[in-house]
Design a protein around this ligand. Sequence first.
Ligand code: CA
Length: 232
Amino acid sequence: MNKPLILVIEDDKPVRTLITTTLKAHDYRFLEANNAETAILETTSHNPDILLLDLGLPDMDGVEIIRRVRTWSNVPIIVISARSEDADKIEALDAGADDYLTKPFSVDELLARLRVTQRRLSMMNRDGAAQSEFINGRLRVDYAAGCAYLGDAELHLTPIEYKLLCLLSQNVGKVLTHTFITQKIWGNSWENNIASLRVFMATLRKKLESEPGSPQYIQTHVGVGYRMLRIE
Ligand code: CA
């Protein structure tokens, strides 16, 4: 199988060189763009498999690129940003980004994020649209029957816990923001729903994780949201 084609959108030359050198060393194919206009042009003309997107570009905010690309494409977008503020990450994720890296990042971190995204990509390609069952490690969600199992044992979940589990599993590998989750579960993102989310997430984890203190399935992104990890 061909390595995916990655579009690197970054105006800072040393950072771009670091990324492309890493990609080259690991046998990835890549394209480069140093501004938003080129990025959008390259995305439409070469149909890359993954976008690595710096948020601070000279001609347009990176979040605006995400919004535009999302009008016609579901291509995975990993945001790379010098801004460490949660608000920027959240804005990018809510606009449709899949994941984020905060500068300075290590080459290993970059490669790890690419692997997560590739797994998500291969799943998306394999499963196409709807599927009736989700399997991840020992977890199995039978969407058709409305049940979840851990190994052979059925998980006894409340309706909200089950909805949460479905939402996370259907977006496995992707960071979901508090706002996104509460909108999907309750239809709005009021403060008290975000507080409830923490409680429901804690009870779900107690049932799902063998060690809730070091969760295997559901990762917390402090101040941002949650992500279900794909278990090898
Ligand atoms: Ca920049």
